[in-house]
Design a protein around this ligand. Sequence first.
Ligand code: PMP
Length: 349
Amino acid sequence: MKPWEANIRRVTPYVPGEQPKKAKMIKLNTNENPYAPAPGVREAARNFDAELLRLYPDPAAEVLVDALAERYGLESGQVFVGVGSDDVLAMAFLTFFHSDKPVLFPDISYSFYSVWAELFGIPYERPALDGEFQIRKEDYYRENGGIIFPNPNAPTSLAMGLSDVEDIIAHNQKSVVIVDEAYIDFGGESALGLIEKYENLLVVQTFSKSRSMAGIRIGYAMGNQDLIKALNDVKYSFNSYTMNQTSLALGTAALKDEAYFQETISKIKATRERAKKRLSALGFVYPEPSANFIFARRPGTDAKVLFEALKENDIYVRYFDAPRINQYLRITIGTDAQMDALFDFLEHY
Ligand code: PMP
């Protein structure tokens, strides 16, 4: 080993889903939205003045923060934005999980949580989901250094009822509870209405799924002003200019078209209903999906073998080689035509 190697921080990174560079493929592996962003986004991109790039962006990202505050009926001081919700969540781990007690999150959940905890040296424990993949709220009624869970959960797609979410928050008023609502627009009830009642609650959402803008990288957190101030203080201690000029312009444009947003979500929900029926007819079972994906297994069919077979035919879904879930495939809801191509393959397989 070279002497300087001893000083390197070694981490086991999060592994994002594949982004294959193929012209023709059915891409149902990273929960992207199959529909284009709102038409106003394209127009904002066309009208974007590259001259602006000479200047640093507004470090407070005011136009976007204000637009989000207006959309959700909040004060601007209750909103924080970042480079995708991954950036927002990483900042939130760094800001709020600063205790010797373990942070709690489910054993089957977004796999980035343990990566951030390891990176920042945060102790954590992962209470097991029950046999039906539900979060057992009682597991979170104990001393902890913070709590985070997605609702709906990923990769299970299962939503927890708002009253159970509230029970977890109410039992944990000595720590910050983060509800990661990356998929909430596709099902389940948002905890956003509880931020006035619980000052320890942070709700995190994203433009990547329901707003069809995974490529722009915008995520946001909503909570009481003290939480948002603490997040901003950490952000300004790390990188003041997280939101670039194009993100600010295009993200703000996206928020203006509520009708398009609602229409896209309705289409995805309708396709999800169709997909549920087709999957059931093909012998698959799955927890009730509330997100833009279905977490399915087929008794008698090996998930990894099927995953590879799909891939060979340029149909990409997500497979996790992890305990308890290695017989499942996570299938993003695409367009009806994309789903039909998947079902045609499965029927022949
Ligand atoms: N939370 C959950 C539960 C997710 O599945 C994802 C998507 N990988 C994210 C957060 C991050 O999404 P983004 O950074 O694109 O906002």
